[in-house]
Design a protein around this ligand. Structure first.
Ligand code: CA
Length: 241
C-alpha cells in the first residue's frame, strides 16, 4: 500500500527537496505552501501522515496541528513537525499540540525517512510490510498471502482471501485481542470518505470465518456481542453467527 504524505512547508527549496527525497523513497507526496491549501488537500484525500512546518504564512503549524487533532476526521493523522527552532520549550509546545515527533532543520533526508518510518510503525502498524504470525496463521502483506497450519502439522496450507478480507484480517491480527466496533473497522479498513453500512463488516467477517474454517481456525475471529469483533487466540464462548 502506498503511503500518502502531505508536506506543509512554505520555503520552496526545502519543500522541493523533501518531496523529491520522499518520492524516491516510494512515498506518494502532496505539497502545500500554507494551511489553507493543506486543509483543501485534506478535504479531498486524507493523508497517512503530515510533515508540518512550524512557521507558515497563514497560520502557525502548531495551531494547525491543534485544529487537526480537534476534528474527528483528522484527529488520528500522525504529524511530524519541522522547525528551525531548537529550544526545549518549543519542542514541548509542538508535542503538546499533538505532534507525534519533531525534527529540527537542517536535517538529512535519511533522518527524515527514518523518523517517518518510526512514527508509521508506532501509529499505523497496518501499513507495515512485516509478516505477522499468530495462532498458526501467517499473513504476508507484501506477497499478499495467508498460510495456516493445521494442528501440529508443520506443513501449512494457503488460504485465499479477497482484497477486503485480506485487509480486514491484517488489521484484526495487528490489533489482536482488542475489540473493534464496526464503525471503527469501516474507518480504518475501508477508509475515508466511504459511506457504507455497518452490516458490510459482518458480511466480510463471515467470509473470513468461512475461509478460516478450512484450517479449523474460524474461532480466531470472534464476535463480542454489543461491541464488535476481535482477533484472539483465547477461547471465547460468545463466538456466534
Ligand atoms: Ca516556514
Amino acid at each position: 500500500m502506498t503511503v500518502k504524505l502531505l508536506v506543509v512547508e512554505d520555503e520552496p527549496a526545502i519543500q522541493e527537496l523533501i518531496a523529491m527525497n520522499l518520492k524516491q523513497a516510494g512515498y506518494s507526496v502532496l505539497c502545500a505552501n500554507d494551511v489553507t491549501t493543506a486543509i483543501k488537500l485534506c478535504n479531498e484525500v486524507l493523508p497517512d501522515l503530515i510533515l508540518l512546518d512550524w512557521m507558515l504564512p497563514d497560520m502557525s503549524g502548531v495551531d494547525f496541528a491543534k485544529k487537526l487533532r480537534r476534528e474527528a476526521r483528522t484527529k488520528d493523522i500522525p504529524i511530524i513537525m519541522l522547525t528551525a527552532r531548537t529550544q526545549e520549550s518549543d519542542k514541548i509546545t509542538g508535542l503538546d499540540a499533538g505532534a507525534d515527533d519533531y525534527i529540527t532543520k537542517p536535517f538529512s533526508p535519511r533522518e527524515l525517512i527514518a523518523r517517518i518510518k518510526a512514527v508509521m510503525r508506532r501509529r499505523l502498524p497496518e501499513m507495515s510490510d512485516e509478516i505477522i504470525e499468530i495462532g498458526g496463521l501467517k499473513l504476508d502483506p507484501v506477497m499478499h498471502r495467508v498460510h495456516a497450519q493445521i494442528g501440529n502439522d508443520p506443513q501449512s496450507i494457503e488460504l485465499f482471501l479477497g482484497p477486503t478480507e485480506f485487509r480486514l484480517l491484517h488489521f484484526l491480527m495487528i490489533y489482536k485481542e482488542r475489540v473493534h466496533t464496526r464503525a471503527h473497522l469501516l474507518d480504518r479498513v475501508w477508509g475515508d470518505h466511504v459511506f457504507i453500512e455497518d452490516r458490510t463488516v459482518d458480511v466480510h467477517i463471515r467470509r473470513i470465518r468461512k475461509i478460516l474454517e478450512a484450517a479449523g481456525k474460524e474461532n480466531l475471529v470472534q464476535t463480542v456481542r454489543g461491541a464488535g469483533y476481535r482477533f484472539s487466540v483465547e477461547k471465547n464462548d460468545e463466538v456466534a453467527d
